[in-house]
Design a protein around this ligand. Structure first.
Ligand code: SF4
Length: 253
């Protein structure tokens, strides 16, 4: 087989089909909303063999809540309790020790297994704070996911960084408005096809429709500006993405 250099067109096609290929430019950040901030996704972003895939900028479910005064004052939240590393225990609001008892595995809906540490208060009997602390009849238990908590702390630090926070804020404008248009105005709320390949093609057609409509709206201004030029490129990109697979395959009759 003759080894020849890839043409520019072939390189582009390769990058589109293999977004994470080491031969192509690596992703630096993936910006997503809280729905994607799971332990599995954070770990996937970190990658294996200490080779990070990308940085996942996604706030976990309770990220905003945790910033509120109400949450910070809520003594029933373990996040507000003191932790003593030497004894591996928390100190509850009633100054009692909540000690490590055992490990537990929990499978989530996607089949991912989480490792939890289960802590239990030494004695909740006669505690005047019990009603606000736990609904359990016995002692209060805490299910602590060490790995996820570490991931959450990293995500919190990243989102607190000025530059990264600005990137995340940009997503709300760039991405959410497109989702809003596609779901609200075009009423595309679910995929009709199944399977990655078919879904990709289906969404490519939707993206094409979105871009053509945007181009049409821009053309009403009667002059060609930078946004119009960008839209034209996007339309060509959408069409190529949708039909690339068909073009690459021989036609069989
Ligand atoms: S219920 Fe138990 S864990 Fe909660 S504050 Fe009272 S003693 Fe502490």
């Amino acid at each position: 087989m003759i080894n020849r250099k890839k043409t520019k067109k072939e390189k582009k096609n390769f990058a589109l089909k293999n977004p994470n290929s080491p031969k192509e430019k690596k992703l630096k950040y993936v910006i997503a909303d809280a729905g994607y901030a799971s332990e599995e996704n954070y770990l996937y972003a970190i990658g294996e063999e200490k080779e990070p895939r990308f940085e996942l900028l996604a706030p976990y479910q309770t990220y905003l809540k945790e910033q509120s005064k109400k949450f910070k004052k809520d003594l029933s939240k373990v996040q507000n309790w003191k932790y003593i590393e030497e004894d591996d225990c928390f100190i509850c609001p009633n100054n009692r020790k909540v000690v490590f008892k055992y490990y537990q595995k929990r499978k989530n809906a996607s089949g991912y297994i989480q490792d939890l540490k289960v802590y239990e208060c030494e004695d909740c009997t006669d505690c005047p704070l019990k009603n606000g602390c736990t609904k359990a009849k016995g002692n209060r238990r805490v299910y602590w996911n060490t790995i996820y908590e570490e991931m959450k702390a990293k995500a919190k630090a990243a989102l607190g960084d000025e530059q990264k926070a600005a990137l995340y804020a940009k997503r709300k404008v760039d991405v959410e408005s497109v989702f809003g248009n596609i779901k609200g105005n075009l009423r595309f709320t679910r995929f009709l096809l199944r399977g990655l390949h078919k879904v990709r093609t289906e969404f490519g057609i939707v993206a094409m429709a979105h871009n053509i409509l945007k181009r049409a709206a821009n053309s009403q201004t009667n002059f060609k500006n930078k946004e119009t030029e960008r839209m034209e490129k996007l339309i060509v990109f959408s069409i190529r993405s949708v039909f690339m697979d068909f073009l690459d395959k021989p036609m069989i009759f």
